[in-house]
Write a protein that binds this ligand. Structure first.
Ligand code: FDA
Length: 305
């Protein structure tokens, strides 16, 4: 049943006709509980409120299916504007972005150009940027761009997914760059040729990657809502004298709110990933795919104004 519903929502997440309709509706069906608003300006008071609770943020301008150069350039400018707003409002927030929204599927030099422009502004205003990881057909290109920019722009991070077989090697390959890495299980539908298909294997591999990255001495963002992963990280850090300022926990906005605050009380750093924008549809469907329990609030949302 769980696999069925996961596949169903992942299938829906790729439906561009529904995606187009969703843009016209605005965040609906409970999506407003996990999305910060349609514009960054709209999300600012919420970010301030979360900052006041001791939470740090990373904001993501939702956007998939970008196929025109003009749209990719527009996305780039919006990202730069968000960096400027973070600086001018003194928000404790980073920026997360997806390379496909900046033209990865259109032209290689376009996405490089756009990333350079964003990173120039991010470096000037001292805002950290993390490149989200998309599906496995784009992993190598994403890591190549990361490695190409990291030495020039130290405030750049990216993501490693534990469901991919290649991730242990990728972690070693990135080690000389002193990477800022977010470690996740992985959110896309991947074939068994490239990824573990059993949850237990994905979980075990995430623990292995957390150990590997912490022991390599790198700052590590453990992005998971899973108590088993969170408890493992705390225990491993304690037993290996890894200081609390060498890692942080990351969770999605609207998920496990009390756990986020409890971790802060215990002295851990917690960063909330807050998506905003009109393109909420694909993001919302992937969250439903991950956790069928989320379906309950989505269905309730259908009947709410
Ligand atoms: P998982 O879904 O495996 O659940 C394990 C257990 O955790 C559940 O059984 C339940 O007990 C508990 N749990 C999970 N969610 C809960 C909830 N909402 N409430 C209560 N309990 C819950 N992926 C990707 O491919 N590329 C990326 O760039 C990113 N970026 C990213 C950033 C951040 C900040 C996060 C948190 C996640 C991502 N992801 C991602 C998504 C990630 O790959 C993964 O799909 C989800 O985090 C789900 O996996 P979890 O480890 O959270 O728990």
């Amino acid at each position: 049943m769980q696999a069925l519903s996961k596949n169903f929502f992942l299938f829906l997440s790729n439906n561009s006709a529904l995606d187009r309709m969703a843009k016209k509706w605005g965040p609906k069906f409970g999506a407003n509980q996990i999305v910060g608003g349609e514009t960054f300006e709209e999300a600012v008071p919420l970010i301030q409120q979360l900052n006041n609770q001791g939470l740090q943020l990373t904001v993501d301008h939702l956007g998939e299916f970008v196929t025109s150069e003009a749209e990719a350039v527009k996305r780039t400018q919006e990202c730069i504007d968000a960096i400027k707003t973070i600086h001018s409002h003194q928000l404790n927030s980073q920026v997360s972005l997806k390379l496909t929204s900046l033209g990865l599927d259109i032209r290689k030099d376009l996405v490089w150009d756009n990333m350079e422009k964003i990173m120039e502004e991010a470096a000037r205003l001292d805002v950290t940027v993390t490149i989200d990881m998309e599906d496995s057909t784009r992993t190598q290109q994403t890591l190549d761009i990361y490695k190409g920019l990291k030495n020039k722009y130290p405030n750049l991070g990216t993501v490693i997914q534990s469901y991919l077989y290649r991730s242990t090697d990728d972690l070693e390959d990135l080690s000389p760059y002193d990477p800022y890495l977010r470690l996740v299980k992985g959110a896309y539908k991947e074939p068994g040729t490239v990824a573990f298909t059993e949850k237990a294997q994905v979980d075990e591999n995430l623990k292995k990657l957390i150990k590997q990255n912490l022991l390599n001495g790198h700052y590590t963002a453990v992005a998971s809502h899973d108590d088993a992963i969170i408890d493992f990280t705390k225990l491993f850090a304690r037993n290996n004298n890894i200081p609390k300022d060498q890692f942080e926990f990351q969770m999605l906005y609207g998920m496990r709110n009390q756990t986020q605050l409890d971790l802060i009380q215990e002295g851990y750093k917690v960063r909330v990933y807050l998506p905003y924008g009109t393109d909420w549809y694909g993001y919302f469907m992937r969250r439903l795919a991950e956790r069928p329990a989320n379906v309950a609030f989505a269905i309730k949302g259908i009947f709410k104004k």
